[in-house]
Design a protein around this ligand. Sequence first.
Ligand code: PA5
Length: 452
Amino acid sequence: MIDLRLNIDGVADFVSHDEVKIFQNETAFHFDNILKKTGKGKDALGWVDIPGNINNDFLKQILEEADRITANSDVIVVAGIGGSYLGARAVIEALNNHFPIQQEKHKHPKIVFAGHNLSEDYHYQLLKWLDDKSYSVIVISKSGTTTETAIAFRFLKEHLENKYGKKDAKNRIIAITDANKGALRKLAEAEGYATYTIPDNVGGRYSVFTPVGLLPIAAAGYDIKQLINGACNMKNYLLKTNDIFKNPAFLYATTRNILHNKGKVIEIMAHYLPNLYYFTEWWKQLFGESEGKDNKGIFPAAVNFTSDLHSMGQYIQEGKRLMFETVLFAGKNKKELKIPKDNDDFDGLNYIAGKNLGQVNSMAEKGTTIAHIEGGVPVIKLSLSGLDEKNIGELLYFFMMSCALSGYIINVNPFDQPGVEAYKANMFGLLGKPGYEEKMKELQKRTKKTPK
Ligand code: PA5
């Protein structure tokens, strides 16, 4: 059995049973193509089998590497962007304590991130903060040429070398990159860093079960074995049936596309736990980068409830009817917190005294879901009993498979991202990168107005 529950009762007013059933054969066909690696982007389907193929030697190697770098580090800086950082961050933040006081008791290092933006202040402050910390760096880039990551790593490398000397610094750097190609591979080999490989047939946003996700997650102290078990569990469950109403990936991929065909062009992932913020960032990247091409695709957005019920909630309830909502709800909290009774009851909260805060959150979700459905927003519900490594592993695999199916339903290649090159070429032209001279001239001649 799996822990994840998918419930589409909240779309019943918008999508009929028969409309879903029409997709039965098509979805089964796409699933078969994914499993046999015969569909679009077939060279990038390595992720399908990865969780089941991870052997004990590989796992041992990752765990030993995590132990080695954590032994002498209070902080691990993970430098990467997009698929080379969001999977690890999604899992770590889903499992993390929120406050440093608890974090300090955690015997594992603090994981911080770099290279996912070009903010001068962010990187300046990070380096300053690292001045008096013992730390190591995991630098991740499949292409090995991503500018944001490369710049951050240049700063970090210099900082580490100044702090520890070149020889010791090299033992505090691990590079995760392509087996042969790219500047990072070259640099890592020239400097003698420990390296791990991102398989050729796995793209960034599908790489969380490779060293890209596993090493930072293990270094943060979380159980990667359970994470992998969760993914295997989900895969085996999905393999059990091609019945569209029983296979949750089939049902989710289909339902969202039927809603899209009815004008629901935005999917809002709503969650009710701050721990899930980065999980929805990972999900947004997965679906946005996989489906948003050829003028197609649902726009993936996310809201953090209940905070955003006091802001975006207004639009969702009464704004333009463009969206459907997918609620990601994790039931059980790790610790209980009962609402205290107060003799004066000035705030009028005694009617919930004695209830757990989690119960209140759960009623907030139920109340919101009913209101949104009645307001014309179909709701797909995904529930987990709680947040742990195994459940998160299930969920990651579920979304990757659903995304691949959904991409095939709309007939795009869910594993490429040709559109992200456009900004890079312009930025390189503007920065004067060798080889981009023509681009620079073209941009200088550009007559269309650009905001100053
Ligand atoms: O999903 C993807 O392929 C992208 O988001 C990449 O992961 C991202 O652009 C980073 O690329 P790289 O790992 O080559 O630095």
